[in-house]
Ligand binder design. Structure first.
Ligand code: PGA
Length: 232
């Protein structure tokens, strides 16, 4: 069983949401399909598709204008939440400490956090990919509970560029070892960054890769379904 997780980012309408979820409902697959929607599109008929969110407050409730808590997400039947996506780390200045607090809040509310880590272009170009990813990982993961890690090189997101198979394998080995040393051999690892129907199968078959986090190609059934079908 592989995970195929869609990340809609700040895209979509209630109409496009309905169209995608209805088309996924009819796909027969052994894999776990999750669609992470903007908050406002989460509520309503989920057509039997597992839904995720793209952020969560680290707080339970209270005077945090604009934020959404784990209790609210749980109440809306959300099962997964992306935390620490590079866009949130960059545009909302989320630190590893905040990401860890958000992951902990998700677990407390029975939602599985998908914790994103990755290196910047500068870190890659200066040969610091492994150390950057490892530091971000170990400082962002919660102390206990179920979680997933998504490796998304910043420079691969939305760029059409992906690391080579051996680069992905090396980073995943580093992540796997770091988690193992932290006593966690039970964590699913996803790859994200310019996944499409052409590269999905090859990436998901790389050692230690348990699934994919798909951005742009998850928005429409004509690009998302071929990815799902290519992995069965
Ligand atoms: P992309 O986005 O597939 O459009 O590169 C992936 C992500 O940011 O999760």
């Amino acid at each position: 069983m592989k995970f195929i997780v869609g990340n809609w980012k700040m895209n979509g309408t209630s109409e496009s949401r309905g169209a995608l979820l209805k088309s996924i409902r009819n796909v027969i697959t052994n894999n776990k399909i999750v669609v992470c929607l903007p908050f406002i599109l989460i509520c309503g008929n989920d057509f039997g598709v597992t839904l995720g969110a793209q952020d969560i407050s680290e707080h339970d409730n209270g005077a945090y204008t604009g934020d959404i808590s784990g209790q609210m997400l749980n109440d809306a039947n959300v099962k997964y939440v992306i935390v620490g996506h590079s866009e949130r780390r960059t545009y909302h200045h989320e630190t590893n400490e905040i990401v860890r607090a958000k992951a902990t809040a998700a677990i407390k509310n029975k939602i599985v956090p998908i914790i994103c880590v990755g290196e910047s272009t500068e870190e890659k170009n200066s040969g610091r990919t492994m150390s950057a990813v490892k530091k971000m990982l170990l400082e962002s993961i919660p102390l206990s509970g179920e979680f997933i890690v998504a490796y998304e090189p910043y420079w691969a997101i939305g760029s059409g560029k992906t690391p080579s198979g051996s680069e992905i394998a090396d980073v995943f080995e580093t992540i796997r070892k770091a988690l193992s040393n932290a006593g966690r051999d039970d964590v699913a690892l996803l790859y994200g960054g310019s996944v499409n129907a052409t590269n999905a199968k090859e990436i998901v078959n790389i050692k230690n890769v348990d699934g994919l986090l798909v951005g742009g190609a998850s928005l429409k059934s004509d690009t998302f379904l071929p990815i799902i079908k290519s992995i069965d």
